[in-house]
Design a protein around this ligand. Structure first.
Ligand code: ZN
Length: 92
């Protein structure tokens, strides 16, 4: 599997600060957008990721729901950690 997602931006979509639940939209360099859910406590943890159905999947090319992005949660999480995307997103 040679696909390698590159995050170009992350935006906060919604949150429940009291419970530490956050929803983020991840924008990838290839135009793909993903919705992720995070639980902040005890530490930031991605609980779900799915592709928004705005563009066909860059991996399987389907234009309807698929689970490909679930395989890239770890890769995306690494970039999010390295670039402090969540901190930047919630600071806006
Ligand atoms: Zn797919």
């Amino acid at each position: 599997m040679s696909y390698r997602p590159i995050i170009s931006n992350v935006e906060e979509a919604s949150n429940n600060e009291k419970d530490g639940l956050y929803e983020f939209i991840i924008y990838l360099a290839d135009g793909t957008e993903c919705r992720t859910f995070y639980n902040r406590y005890p530490e930031w943890k991605m609980t779900n990721i799915s592709r928004l159905l705005k563009t066909p999947c860059p991996i399987c090319r389907k234009d309807f729901i698929c689970k490909c992005m679930e395989n890239f949660g770890g890769v995306l999480q690494q970039q999010i950690t390295d670039n402090e995307w969540l901190e930047k997103a919630i600071a806006k």
